[in-house]
Design a protein around this ligand. Structure first.
Ligand code: HEC
Length: 123
């Protein structure tokens, strides 16, 4: 871990304390979002998940990339549903901003991620 990434984690920690203190403070995954899967959910890998991962995660979590877990395929995502939810998704119980490392994502997109994961990451 570099000095600058430690500084960044401290900043995240301060900001999350100021925001109410319940978010991941100290740079780890947060709580389960408690997201649920509406019966009419329209989110799939094809129309949401693949692009979300491509835009926000795969620069680091692709096959052969620098970070684990690899999230390049739907099977790899399904094998990591809970930890992805706790790292990057938003829902009634938590807004998790641990990932993507060093970048931001709209909360609305994080909520969609929570829903899609809660549905089991369907095609
Ligand atoms: C700029 C690089 C980068 C991007 C982009 C990124 N990550 Fe990460 N990710 C990391 C690093 C670095 C770690 C290891 C952090 C550590 O150990 O302190 C990590 C760890 C993780 C972990 C493991 C957490 C644990 O404690 O086991 C998950 C899950 C994860 N990332 C998911 C995601 C998701 C989902 C996205 C997209 C929303 C994403 N990451 C985007 C760099 C990145």
């Amino acid at each position: 871990m570099t000095i600058s990434s430690i500084r960044r984690l401290r900043l995240v920690c301060l900001v999350s304390l100021a925001a109410g203190g319940m978010l991941a403070c100290g740079g780890g995954p947060g709580d389960a979002t408690g997201s649920t899967c509406p019966t009419d959910s329209a989110l799939g890998y094809a129309n949401f998940g693949a692009a979300f991962m491509q835009d926000h995660c795969l620069s680091c979590h692709r096959a052969g990339g620098p970070e684990s877990p690899t999230l390049s395929t739907i099977e790899q995502i399904r094998a990591n549903l809970q930890i992805i939810d706790r790292s990057a998704a938003a829902g009634p119980n938590a807004v998790n901003t641990y990932m993507p490392d060093g970048a931001s994502v709209d909360e609305a997109e994080r909520r969609k991620l929570g829903e899609w994961l809660a549905c089991g990451a369907p095609e």
